[in-house]
Structure formats: C-alpha cells, structure tokens
Design a protein around this ligand. Structure first.
Ligand code: TXA
Ligand code: MG
Length: 326
C-alpha cells in the first residue's frame, strides 16, 4: 500500500466504524472544537490503559471524560456546585472542562486515583453524533505524543500517531484550536486550572467570582512546565526583531500576530491572525507550530501576546512549548 492509500484507509468520517472500534475496546482519534482527542471507552479500564500506552503518558496524569450532553455529568460527578451549573448553562457544549468530585463508577485509571473527575461536553458535531451512538462516555487526552504539540487536524494526528491507532475520525480543522478551559471549585468559587478561550473574566461574569489557580503550576497534575513542545528550539519574546538580530547565523522561523517583521523573508514567517483577532490566533497557533517544526529551522521565535483575555491562554501554551524539556 502506498502512503496515500494507507492514509485514506485510516482517516475518514465513518461514524459506524469509529463506534465499532470503540465498542471493541480500541482507541480512536476524534475531532473536538478545541483539539483532536485520543479516545476510548472511559468505563473500560483496559481500553483506557491503551490511551496511556499509545500517548506515552505517565499514569499519574488524569484524563478528561467527554459526554454527549450536560445532564450526563450527574452520572459521573457526586456533586455539582451551583456555580458549575451556571457555567454549564452558559458555556456547554463548548470548550469548558469541570473538575468535580467523582462517583465510584469512574475507573481510577481515568482519574489517576484522584477523587475528582474532569468532564466536558465537546461541541464538534461529528463527535456529538458519535457520543449519541455510544452507550458510554469517552476518556480522551489530546491526540499527541506526550509533551509534543497538540493536533488540530486529522493529518497532525496521522503524522504523529498514525502507526499506533486504527482510525482517525476526520472533522476538519478545529475551530477553537487550543485546549478547553479547566475549572475546579473551592466550595462554590471557580478556580481556573488551565486558561482557555473561555476567559476568567467570562467565568466571573457568570458566577460572581473566579480565581486563577495559585498553587504551584507545575505540581498540578498535567500542568507540567514543559508541554506542547516542538522539537525545534522555541523562544518567546515581546521583541522578535531583537532576538532575530542576536541570532543572525541561524535559520529562523517567526510566529507573530500583528505584523510581519522586516528582519526576515516573509516565507519564514506566519501571521496568526488579522486585526489582532486572538480567537483566530488560537485557531491557527498549533498548526503554525507544527508547520514551523517541519521546516528544519534552527530556531523558532514566537511573539508574546498582550497578557489579557485569550492572550493569557495563548501565552500559557507558548511559554510551556518554549520551556526546557525534562
Ligand atoms: O480541550 C481539551 O480539553 C482536550 C480535548 C481533547 O477535550 N483535551 C485535553 O486533554 O486537553 P489533556 O489530557 O491533554 O489535558 C487534560 C488536563 C491535564 O492537564 C490533566 O492533568 C487535567 O486535565 N486533569 C484531568 N483530570 C483532572 C482532575 N481530576 N483534576 C485536575 N486536573 C485534571
Ligand atoms: Mg494535552
């Protein structure tokens, strides 16, 4: 089989095939509005174990479970605070994950032994249809090898995990483009563990208050300082031209959001959005990192975003991508 035939065999929109594989305890990549997920039956320990193996993910890092509608959250969460209900009414389905006390039917392997479970209702129409066909929720981390850049197209998944999985459900390019906002609760107060396109201001508007998690970020599960990283060294800066000047001997790729730099040929640059539309920048960020990482640059430079609203989530991903690998 040539590359093209193999590729077309593994990537498609066949919901029945995806459901049959999942029913058989297999791992299937699924599209969500944020990034692609590496999914298996969340109630089948053996199937979930396969996710950890394929992704190379430490068993100490818990997974998010995905359900078809928000009523199902009560099947897996022991308690849903009023603030959580308000957030669900406003943002669900959508790029929001809630961390809630778990019921005993959620296997320990999914939650890495924690007494909380992370749950969300993805908005992507294909995955919504899939969840309606299935009789169980899907556990799914992002469909990238542990530590590498998250995938926002079926091709990204295929290029990095294609030899390890049977099927990738192709839902096109992800519309949101970065991972969901993760929110836990102290009593009735939302605590944002991972920033996303649903901002802390939006959460506080709905619930009256919200705090950014202030514990040690890299001690929080899965919030390791190095994450989403390209192989090519990446530097994040407010002043790309200065960094370009300091690295004249290197072949550089630049990712920026407002204007091309005059210090590099345009072909070596990616402009993430027009008119500083940071939703568009989020949609394009991971594809830009994948693209740059495949172009044999010595160095990738990314321009830091203004640190407010979605800029906070974008800087979070860039800073983790640039952090030294463990
Ligand atoms: O948008 C998303 O959230 C995507 C799509 C596929 O749904 N999923 C995703 O999963 O980003 P993953 O595994 O790459 O990141 C999930 C994060 C991890 O940092 C994990 O540690 C954290 O959620 N998490 C999961 N369960 C948790 C829990 N019970 N308490 C605290 N953090 C938890
Ligand atoms: Mg991930």
């Amino acid at each position: 089989m040539n590359q093209q035939t193999q590729n077309s065999h593994k990537i498609g929109t066949d919901l029945k095939r995806a459901a049959e594989l999942l029913d058989a305890g297999k791992v299937v990549a699924i599209p969500t509005e944020t990034v692609y997920g590496l999914a298996a039956n969340a109630l089948d320990e053996k199937a979930v174990k396969e996710i950890f193996r394929i992704k190379g993910r430490p068993s100490t890092n818990p997974l998010i479970i995905h359900v078809g509608d928000f009523q199902q959250i009560w099947n897996y969460a022991e308690h849903v605070p009023t603030a959580a209900v308000l957030l669900l009414e406003t943002f669900c389905p959508g790029p929001l994950t809630l961390v809630l006390p778990k019921k005993s039917n959620v296997p320990d392997i999914v939650t890495a032994g924690k007494n909380t479970v992370a749950i969300r209702v993805p908005k992507h129409p294909l995955t919504q249809m899939l969840l309606k066909i299935l009789h169980y929720p899907l556990a799914a981390p992002s469909a990238n090898p542990s530590g590498y850049i998250s995938p926002t197209t079926a091709e990204h998944v295929y290029n990095n995990l294609g030899d390890k999985i049977d099927y990738i459900l192709d839902g096109g390019a992800c519309n949101t483009g970065i991972e969901s906002t993760i929110v836990g609760f102290e009593g009735n107060t939302p605590i944002v563990y991972r920033a996303g396109t649903i901002t802390i201001e939006q959460i506080a508007d709905v619930t009256g208050q919200a705090n950014l998690y202030s514990g040690n970020q890299h001690l929080a599960p899965g919030m390791s300082l190095s994450h989403y990283s390209p192989i090519t060294p990446l530097l994040v800066t407010t002043d790309p031209d200065q960094l370009i000047a300091l690295n004249v001997a290197k072949k550089i790729g630049l990712i920026t959001y407002n204007q091309y730099s005059n210090c590099l040929p345009k072909e070596q640059q990616i402009l993430l959005c027009k008119n500083e539309d940071f939703r568009e920048a989020a949609r394009n960020l991971y594809a830009a990192l994948h693209d740059m990482d495949n172009r044999y640059f010595d160095l990738i430079i990314a321009k830091q975003f203004p640190p407010s609203a979605i800029g906070i989530a974008l800087n979070d991903r860039l800073n983790r991508a640039a952090a030294p690998k463990p």
